[in-house]
Every structure is written in structure tokens, then in C-alpha cells.
Design a binder for this molecule. Structure first.
Ligand SMILES: C[S@@+](CC[C@H](N)C(=O)[O-])C[C@H]1O[C@@H](n2cnc3c(N)ncnc32)[C@H](O)[C@@H]1O
Length: 194
């Protein structure tokens, strides 16, 4: 068994464990597939971005995909509330462009201030908006809107359509939508421009 396959199995086992213990936070039983990760990173317009935020990296598959497509002088802050996932990412991804924050996606402006950023160029979210505690979905959407620069891109990958209704009052209609079927479950990818 190759090292890559072993690491991918370890990621999946850790993800499944937390999907069972925190189903509302994690929402799915498997991390995103390589096809979904590739589509997310390609659709996020990363080539022009210097300040990128990722919300809900989980075991870090999507983080690796974003790092692969972003510029060498760009920075990525990945925001995750599960400390076990943060520990795992810090152990398995060594890239100077990446910082982790455990403050929660509802606090993005505070997180940016911690890192001396004025705003984010791109925000990519895998947070399951449908299963969050009441009110948290709106609080996170407001936080995303506040943190993004005018003209910045917000990308969400989600199983359900709820996120498009949630984003509409702040961002208007999405600029792009596609479904990636090579994932369990199939995922909708949306982007908005602020
Ligand atoms: C569906 S998983 C996505 C994991 C990974 N990005 C992937 O695609 O495989 C959702 C992640 O969002 C995290 N999460 C949930 N609520 C959050 C919040 N308020 N702030 C930051 N992360 C959160 C969960 O802990 C979980 O890791």
C-alpha cells in the first residue's frame, strides 16, 4: 500500500469518527472526493488571489487542493472548530502559506485582524449550512460578507440548496453553479461575487 493511500485511509477514518460523534457539524460520512476538491479549487479563481480563507477544512483534503492551485506568494487561513482536525492538519500539511484558526467562521473579521489582513479575496466554504444551530447559518453568511473585499469571490460546496437562499439577501444571485456527481453525496458548487 502506498503512503498516499495509507494517508487517505487515515483521513477517512478520522473524518468518519467525527461524523459519528458530531453529525451536525461534520454532516457527511466521507471527506470530499479528489474530483470535488479539484473542481472547488479550479472554480474559486485562485490565480489572482493573495488572501484566501477556507471554512471547515475537516481532515485537510480541500486544504491541499487549495494550496496546489494558489500562488506561491498567497496566504491561506483555514478556519476549523474541531481541534482534532486542526491537530491532524498541522501534523500532515507543512506549507508556510497555511495558518489555522479555531475561532469559528462566525468571527472572520476578528481572524483577519489577528493576521493583519484588511479583507479576503476569496472565501471557500465546506461548512454544512443546513445542519448548523439556529441562527448560526445567518451569522456565518454575514461574517463571510463582511470579510470579503468588494469584487471578491465566495464559493460554497453543499449537498443542499439552502446556501443559495441564505446568500441571496447579501450577495444576490449566484454567478456560477455546477454539480459534481463524483462525490458521495453529489455536491453543488456555487460562486458569488461581492
Ligand atoms: C462537511 S465537513 C467538510 C470537510 C472538508 N472540507 C471536506 O470537504 O472534506 C464540514 C467541516 O466544517 C466544520 N465546521 C462546522 N461548523 C464550523 C464553524 N462554525 N466554523 C468553522 N468550521 C466549522 C466541521 O468541523 C467540519 O470539519
Amino acid at each position: 500500500m502506498t503512503k498516499k493511500v495509507k494517508n487517505s485511509l487515515k483521513d477517512s477514518a478520522l473524518f468518519l469518527k467525527h461524523a459519528i460523534t458530531s453529525p451536525m457539524q461534520v454532516a457527511y460520512f466521507m471527506p470530499s472526493s479528489p474530483w470535488l476538491i479539484d473542481q472547488v479549487a479550479k472554480c474559486a479563481h485562485l490565480s489572482d488571489a493573495r488572501h484566501i480563507m477556507e471554512l471547515g477544512p475537516g481532515t485537510g483534503g480541500t486544504t491541499r487542493g487549495i494550496l496546489k492551485y494558489m500562488q506561491q506568494d498567497a496566504e491561506l487561513i483555514s478556519v476549523e472548530i474541531n481541534q482534532k482536525f486542526i491537530d491532524h492538519i498541522e501534523k500532515t500539511i507543512t506549507d508556510e502559506r497555511l495558518s489555522m484558526s479555531n475561532k469559528g467562521a462566525q468571527n472572520l473579521v476578528e481572524i483577519m485582524t489577528d493576521h493583519d489582513w484588511d479583507s479576503a479575496d476569496v472565501i471557500i466554504s465546506g461548512i454544512p449550512f443546513t445542519t448548523l444551530p439556529k441562527g448560526m447559518d445567518r451569522a456565518i453568511m454575514q461574517s463571510i460578507h463582511d470579510a470579503l473585499k468588494p469584487g471578491g469571490i465566495f464559493l460554497a460546496y453543499q449537498f443542499r440548496d439552502h446556501v443559495s437562499k441564505l446568500a441571496q439577501p447579501l450577495f444576490g444571485e449566484y454567478t456560477f453553479k455546477k454539480v459534481e456527481f463524483k462525490n458521495i453525496p453529489p455536491m453543488r458548487i456555487y460562486t458569488w461575487q461581492k
